[in-house]
Write a protein of this length. Structure first.
Length: 309
């Protein structure tokens, strides 16, 4: 292992220690739980979901479906994750395939089970759900593609079932090796919250929740088949009502051919959190681990298995 590799590993280890120290500083907040559309892989999770311009694998479609036409390779990604706040186990499977030159389709399914909402006062509420997504992308030219995604989710809160839908449209621009840009617009109908204070119950967002996300991804060396540094940045705005802003950044370093070290940060109107992860790469398989330790968001840990087709 050369000096550069040792330096990268030492820097990553220091960042991880800092994450745990900062996570412990958050005070216990009133109990609430936000239901989010999920299905992403752990590589993107470790990079703080700064994925609107990162054509890594099929799970990038959850941030920008226009990416599908420029995936480095077709793959199937199976993910197991655990929400540490509710102990909800979730399994996700997503796969993509090219049906014609420039046309790529993808689909995913998810199941969540075993979760429990346990407020300080009030009864325990069991949590489970499932969902499905379908997406497609078309390459307008060798450097530009567009795409769309439609998904449905159903969540059961101790016998109360809430259904909601979400849709994406995205544009992906790849002008030259080493840099890419993405822009995506997302609409969620029926965004859901569960809360417990003096009372408890389910709240549904009365308006369509909309997000606009713009991002860029840079790799070095730009012409390498497997770059040793990947930097992904995005900025996101949520509306209507109170406008919320969020900026995500992710750094991936590959000190060796088989090892990837990842760290990500999300800074916004309501949150300032960090993620971290590690990946082990083989010829046709890849294992990715990620965790979000901060109490400022729904804490999680998980692992993804990618099978390259």
């Amino acid at each position: 292992m050369n000096s550069f590799s040792r330096y990268c590993i030492a820097l990553f280890a220091a960042a991880v220690i800092q994450l745990f120290l900062s996570a412990a500083a958050y005070a216990q907040a009133p109990f609430y739980y936000t239901v989010r559309p999920q299905g992403h892989g752990m590589r993107n999770a470790a990079l703080a979901e700064a994925s609107s311009a990162d054509p890594s694998d099929v799970t990038s479609m959850f941030w920008n479906p226009g990416i599908l036409s420029f995936l480095r390779e077709q793959s199937i990604v199976a993910t197991h994750s655990v929400d540490l706040k509710t102990r909800t186990n979730s399994e996700h499977v997503a796969g993509s395939f090219m049906v014609y030159r420039g046309v790529t389709l993808a689909a995913s399914g998810s199941v969540s089970h075993g979760g429990k909402l346990e407020p300080e006062s009030g009864p325990v509420v069991e949590l489970k759900g499932y969902g499905a997504d379908i997406a497609g992308s078309y390459a307008l030219m060798p450097t530009l593609s567009v795409g769309g995604l439609f998904g449905v989710r159903s969540t059961d809160f101790g016998g109360t079932t809430v259904n909601y839908t979400w849709a994406h449209v995205g544009v992906f621009y790849y002008p030259s090796p080493g840099i890419s840009y993405g822009m995506a617009y997302r609409v969620t109908r029926g965004h859901t919250y569960w809360y417990a204070n003096l009372q408890s119950g389910v709240l549904r967002e009365p308006d369509l929740l909309q997000n606009l996300e713009i991002g860029a991804t840079m790799t070095y060396p730009s012409l390498a088949e497997r770059p040793i540094v990947v930097l992904a940045l995005t900025t996101e705005k949520s509306f209507p009502g109170v406008s919320l802003f969020s900026t995500q950044g992710g750094l991936e370093v590959l000190p060796t051919r088989f090892l990837a070290l990842r760290i990500g940060f999300k800074v916004g109107t309501l949150e300032r959190v960090a993620r971290y992860g590690i990946g082990v790469q083989f010829e046709r398989f890849q294992l990715d681990f990620a965790a979000g330790p901060s109490r400022a968001e729904n804490r999680f840990s998980g692992v993804s298995l990618t099978v390259k087709l």
